[in-house]
Design a protein around this ligand. Structure first.
Ligand code: HEC
Ligand code: HEC
Length: 239
């Protein structure tokens, strides 16, 4: 009874409400940095943290330890989930992993759910490099989630015409140019990204790629993602 009275007094004084507000403020919220929607946006304007992480020599063993906080979503082997909710990170170029992580930390790529786990208070800038060094060396299995396979001819035609010049014939990407490796990635994640790129929602995207997908209908986005999800892991696409 006295407990209830105390609680009542708290609410009456507004203290309870204040306490809740303070608690909510403790949760790290992802900041927002200007992206593709902003006039004057330049893709991959290498920011301070990205530069420091790129120049650091990553320690894969320490990266493996730090990655534990990420494994809950991306999986212990960093292979994500077949339904594409969580992307594969294994075997991705270290430069790309560093760019994506620092873009999420600065808020130029939206990912409010991941942010609290990947923020400065959990992972230092050096540890960003360590994680990237660990992930890039992990093996990729060829059992990724694939599309329905209903229009692969169209997918192949579009991929060759619009995507190969950056992502490569085998979907191997290009570490030096920060072009992600796409081979081995889950279909549903690829499709979500292509839709986001097309719709301007992937705010850290390369405007040239937005242009490449500019005229795409939904069926084009599906078939090109389907084709990519079936690229064999050969040559440079293999870690
Ligand atoms: C709460 C779940 C969650 C946690 C924990 C998490 N992530 Fe993520 N991460 C995601 C989701 C979801 C995406 C894809 C978001 C999208 O669709 O754009 C993602 C995307 C990424 C990407 C971009 C991949 C790409 O191909 O562009 C990187 C890199 C990444 N995460 C690294 C990490 C690291 C490193 C950690 C640990 C420090 C971590 N994540 C923790 C959910 C999570
Ligand atoms: C001008 C070079 C260029 C072209 C052309 C291009 N891309 Fe990209 N693509 C990029 C870059 C750069 C990124 C990474 C963007 C970033 O986060 O900085 C990317 C990211 C992606 C991603 C997300 C990968 C991930 O791990 O999150 C997908 C999917 C993708 N591209 C598909 C395509 C498709 C499909 C085409 C052809 C229709 C295409 N791209 C054409 C440069 C290009």
């Amino acid at each position: 009874m006295s407990g209830e009275i105390t609680l009542f007094k708290f609410i009456a004084a507004g203290t309870f409400v204040l306490t809740l507000t303070a608690y909510a403020a403790d949760e790290p919220r992802q900041p927002t940095a200007p992206g593709i929607e902003s006039p004057g946006y330049t893709w991959n304007q290498i920011a301070d943290e990205q530069m420091i992480a790129l120049m650091a020599v990553g320690d894969p063993d320490h990266g493996a330890v730090v990655f534990e906080v990420c494994a809950g979503c991306h999986g212990m082997a960093a292979l994500g989930t077949d339904d594409g909710a969580y992307p594969r990170l294994a075997g991705q170029h270290a430069s790309v992993l560093i760019k994506e992580l620092t873009d999420i930390r600065s808020g130029v790529r939206d990912n409010p759910k991941m942010f609290p786990f990947a923020d400065q208070h959990v992972i230092s800038t050096k540890e960003v490099a360590d994680i990237a060094a660990y992930l890039t060396g992990l093996p990729v299995s060829a059992d990724q989630g694939q599309g329905p396979g209903s229009d692969l001819e169209r997918g192949e035609r579009l991929y060759r015409k619009d995507c190969v010049k950056c992502h490569g014939r085998a979907g191997e990407g290009d570490a030096e140019s920060f072009y992600p490796k796409l081979a081995g990635q889950h279909y549903a994640y690829l499709l979500r990204q292509v839709r986001n790129i097309h719709g301007g929602l992937r705010r850290n995207a390369d405007p040239q790629m937005v242009e490449a997908t500019g005229g795409y209908a939904e069926a084009d986005m599906e078939s090109v993602s389907d084709y990519i999800s079936r690229l064999p892991l050969v040559g440079d696409a293999q870690p």
